[in-house]
Design a protein around this ligand. Structure first.
Ligand code: GDP
Ligand code: MG
Length: 597
């Protein structure tokens, strides 16, 4: 295809604002999916995406469109994941486009993640087409939100398109606007081939499918390709476009978007952001932006049934085929047995992974409280990277550094006070505040990542009746006054409960955990002290008193069968007990104590 006839675009939208529905209408309107084959959310293939209503992996689809000028164009719709955890993937999808449709629910207005993605699109110099969706809704306020969008982008409110993805109203106008406003791709057709990977997906039948956008030159079948970050070369087995079913083509030229199937075995050999070139005639320079995915949040995953450990390992290996950002290594915990310490991009990534492990591999798991990665410098200059609180070094510590994020919060202005209170309580510092319209405000904070990985989002939602939205991105690290709190049962440390917390919060963490455990652990034959300690200093203490009577004394002599039943019940219960020193702890207690309500 002549690059002049290509338009590459994506849709930036908040979850539920109608991106998938709009894509459906575009597929129908351009005739690539026949009406009778149409099903809702055609492009969202993963089950889990459908259920959660989010798009995890970006997809691309080629839409032939005859515009108002009677010329046939090729529109490539590149789907972007919407969640903060995947912001690097979002940035790569954006880099594959020349323009973006900014889709906003006309009854809701713009949300923080959308705003953050819009800023990212503007940084990438994309043409922005502002669109209000759901104008069919009685609650729609198109005037209000058109003014808001116009204010943010700096256009006239009348430039904001109004559509209903549900009924199809305005969608053809939008396609024409895409042709008119988004510039065609430019590249050097005679230069050595360079294509950017914006997605890489493992498919059981086809192996790794790598989605690329060609920038320069041409990639064809029957040639070896090279991944520029690693210099590794692979055979090219198939090249094609999604329309939306995979369709083979001979080659892809400047500005074209399609997929490659190569000899690559797992997605880590074909990473988002990397540049593909021809092995025979490699390009000199890598396209900018490649970055290794970096896990930000760690958690221990343990099977509830110890015998499931090999199943868990296989399952993690399988998920890793399709997830370059997932890392894991074996770990043992005195309290929880054999498991894995896993690293994730963020909390949603953790949740999705855990969910898939339980659902697709039939596993019951315990996960330890998520923690961020700390850098610890000792007085003798030795540096430690701590991904597990129980491995926090002992001895003379010079400083502890923790990761920091830049957060954007959008909210009705009524809740500014509550949000400030929440952020201050989480060691946040206000960086700036802007009114988007008279009653909506954007607040920018820097916050320690550790303070938001736990329940920040829930707190934010409950304090703002669900109206505030949040987005954040990593922003380096800072030195902080952090200590490790250990929990001891009868003097034995329970590794799964160690936490790294700010000095000011150590006492309340210790108090909370010891209280919780006192309620969860049954009385034993002897007294069990539960202590919280920072180093050798005990900061909180509870006691579980010893049982006086044994179980049988409840049964006033006589009834033998009842006695036997009781004994058996007790035995059954014991199978689910873990020993911490001499103390029997029901596994249930660990699960409850680790759950975040
Ligand atoms: P996504 O999360 O951005 O992909 O949003 P979806 O396309 O899944 O849409 C979220 C919900 O909004 C679904 O229940 C859609 O049926 C509904 N929806 C999408 N577009 C419209 C619209 O134009 N009008 C109305 N009334 N509902 C819509
Ligand atoms: Mg969707």
């Amino acid at each position: 295809t002549d690059p002049a006839l290509i338009r590459n675009f994506c849709i930036i939208a908040h979850i539920d604002h109608g991106k998938s529905t709009l894509a459906d209408r575009m597929l129908q309107l351009t005739g690539v999916v026949e009406d009778r084959q149409m099903r809702a959310q055609y492009l969202d293939r993963m089950d889990i995406e459908r259920e959660r209503g989010i798009t995890i992996k970006s997809q691309a689809v080629r839409l032939p469109f005859t515009a108002a000028d009677d010329v046939s164009y090729v529109l490539n719709l590149i789907d972007t994941p919407g969640h903060v955890d995947f912001s690097y993937e979002v940035s790569r999808s954006l880099a594959a486009c020349e323009g973006a449709v900014l889709l906003v629910d006309a009854a809701q207005g713009i949300e923080a993640q959308t705003l953050a993605n819009l800023y990212m699109a503007l940084e990438n110099d994309l043409a922005i087409i502002p669109v209000l969706n759901k104008i069919d809704l009685p609650a729609a306020q198109p005037e209000k939100y058109a003014a808001e969008l116009a204010g943010i982008i700096g256009c006239d409110p009348s430039d904001v398109l109004r559509v209903s993805a549900k009924t199809g109203v305005g969608v053809e106008d939008l396609l024409n606007e895409i042709v008119a406003k988004i510039p065609p791709p430019v590249g050097d057709a005679d230069a050595p081939a360079r294509a950017m990977i914006f997605d890489s997906v493992y498919d059981t039948y086809r192996g790794v499918v790598t989605y690329v956008r060609v920038v320069d030159g041409r990639l064809g079948t029957r040639e070896r390709i090279q991944m520029m970050s690693s210099r590794a070369t692979h055979e090219m087995l198939e090249i094609g476009v999604s329309s939306p079913e995979p369709t083979k083509v001979d080659s892809l030229g400047v500005g074209e978007v399609g997929y490659l199937i190569t000899g690559v075995k797992d997605v880590r050999q074909s990473r988002v952001g990397d540049t593909v070139t021809s092995a025979a005639k490699p390009a000199a320079d890598i396209l900018s932006g490649y970055r290794d995915p970096k896990p930000m949040v760690f958690s221990g995953l343990y099977p509830i049934e110890g015998t499931d450990y090999p199943v868990l390992r296989d399952a993690l290996e399988k998920l890793q085929l399709n997830d370059a950002a997932l890392v894991f290594e074996p770990e043992t915990s005195a309290a929880l047995g054999f498991g894995f310490r896993c690293g994730f991009l963020g909390l949603l990534h953790l949740e999705i992974t855990r969910d898939r492990l339980e659902r697709e591999f039939n596993l019951d798991l315990i996960s330890t409280a998520p923690n961020v990665v700390y850098q610890v410098r000792m007085e003798d200059g030795v540096e430690h990277t701590v991904t597990n609180p129980s491995e926090f070094p002992e001895g003379k510590i010079a400083e502890v550094r923790e990761p920091v994020v830049r957060a954007t919060l959008l909210s009705p202005s009524d809740y500014v006070g509550q949000i400030m209170e929440l952020c201050q309580g989480r060691r946040g510092s206000l960086q700036g505040m802007d009114y988007l319209s008279e009653d909506r405000v954007e607040m920018r904070y820097t916050l320690p990542l550790a303070e938001i990985v736990f329940d920040f989002f829930d707190q934010l939602k409950s304090r703002t009746k669900g109206y505030a939205s949040l987005d954040y991105e990593p922003s380096g690290e800072q030195v902080a006054d952090l200590v490790k709190v250990d929990i001891l049962l009868q003097g034995e440390m329970v590794d799964a409960f160690s936490a790294i917390v700010h000095k000011e919060n150590a006492y309340s963490y210790g108090l909370e955990m010891t209280k919780k455990l006192r309620e969860l652990i049954p009385r034993q034959q002897f007294e069990v002290p539960i202590q919280a300690a920072v180093g050798a200093r005990v900061i909180a203490r509870e006691n579980i008193r010893a049982i006086r009577k044994d179980v049988l004394s409840k049964c006033y002599g006589g009834d033998i069968s009842r006695k036997r039943k009781l004994l058996e019940k007790q035995k059954e219960g014991k199978k689910r007990m873990k020993m911490v020193g001499r103390v029997e702890v029901p596994q249930e207690a660990f699960i409850s104590a680790l759950s975040t309500e």
